[in-house]
Ligand binder design. Structure first.
Ligand SMILES: Nc1ncnc2c1ncn2[C@@H]1O[C@H](COP(=O)(O)OP(=O)(O)O)[C@@H](O)[C@H]1O
Ligand SMILES: [Mg+2]
Length: 327
């Protein structure tokens, strides 16, 4: 009798909501799923595990020392070395493909159309007004470069005279920023910007209007192939495409030219980051009907497997990595 396979999903607090779907898909392939908290990884008998997946590392942006802790675990289990444990996606991505500041500038250099971005390293002495003066953007988004679910992201719109700001404690506030420098200096937007840049590296981008009309499109890749596309809308009066904030996710038939665009980008990512068993490429529309890259989700993405009818394809792709594994 052959032994059932065992796949461990590393997580921090809670796994993704698709865990039960994923468990059912693996069960159809005689495979058990174990959820392992990073803080409890020492208690696991790693010799009984056939593959470790990092895809359920939800809330990675809130975890201190994530990179060295993952690196230590991967050294312990001899990640992706002959006789060691297969880890998907490759663990080097935690250091190189999780923080947008680590990979988006590189993609810009490679000629990929990324939403125009100004990068502000943690602790840099600058103001939001100075950045908007320099770029000429009147409407912008400010967000930490390591984040998920729009964590600590805010919108800002320049105005000629000060007006009262909406609730600054909202999840994703939309502040105004007066043109006059004395009023700007004491504005909620500058205060929030200063707090954020003291804490973390941030990006500033022009606000892409199309998010409110056409939404975001995610291209999901499984086992190196395009699998499905998901359109993500925002709530009425909202701007963050996530169902926790009133957005709706729907499978869409993407324009073949857009799929080809995403495939080319995915090919580039694979050439940089070894084999990607799964990946999500998040895009915004351009006014001309093309696409611009918002971010790549290469470590811990939700893959909308149920919406995409892709649970089985996903399980097979991960199991292939397990079979090619310990050797
Ligand atoms: N430049 C932008 N223009 C319009 N909306 C944006 C922009 N940047 C981010 N958003 C909105 O904020 C959300 C979160 O931003 P994103 O860059 O995807 O960061 P996260 O890593 O937090 O998901 C997006 O899904 C989108 O709805
Ligand atoms: Mg996102």
């Amino acid at each position: 009798m052959t032994r059932r396979r065992r796949i461990a999903y590393l997580c921090l607090t809670v796994p993704h909501d698709d865990l039960s779907d994923v468990e059912a898909a693996f069960a159809r392939h005689d495979t058990d799923v174990e959820v392992v908290k990073l803080a409890e990884a020492d208690r696991v008998d790693w010799d009984s595990i056939d593959l470790l997946s990092l895809r359920m590392l939800r809330y990675f942006h809130l975890e201190p020392d994530l990179i060295p802790r993952i690196e230590a675990l991967c050294a312990q289990v001899k990640a992706n070395v002959p006789g060691g444990l297969p880890v998907v996606n490759p663990p080097g991505l935690v250091a190189r493909g999780l923080d947008k500041f680590d990979y988006l500038p590189r993609l810009v250099d490679a000629g990929v159309p990324v939403v125009p971005t100004e990068w502000v390293r943690r602790g840099t002495a600058t103001t939001l007004s100075a950045i908007l003066d320099r770029t000429g953007w009147r409407r912008a988004v400010v967000k930490p470069t390591l984040s998920a679910r729009g964590w600590n992201a805010f919108r800002v719109t320049r105005v000629e005279s000060p007006v009262e700001d909406p609730d600054p404690t909202a999840d994703h506030p939309h502040f105004t920023l007066p043109d006059q420098s004395d009023a700007a200096a004491v504005s909620s937007a500058e205060r929030r910007f200063a707090e954020l840049t003291a804490m973390t590296t941030v990006s500033v981008q022009p606000f892409v209007d199309e998010i409110t009309t056409r939404g975001e499109t995610s291209f999901v890749f499984i086992g190196g192939q395009f699998s499905h596309a998901i359109g993500k809308s925002v709530a009425e009066n909202g701007w963050v495409a996530h169902e926790s904030f009133g957005g709706v996710n729907t499978r869409v038939d993407a324009d073949p030219a857009h799929v080809a665009w995403a495939e080319e980008l995915h090919g580039l990512l694979c050439s940089w980051f070894e084999q990607l068993r799964y990946a999500r490429i998040d895009t915004l529309p351009t006014p001309q009907g093309g696409l611009q890259l918002l971010e790549c989700e290469l470590v811990a993405p939700r893959l909308f497997l149920r919406e995409g009818g892709a649970l089985d394809r996903y399980a097979r792709s991960v199991l292939d990595a397990a079979r090619n594994g310990r050797g």
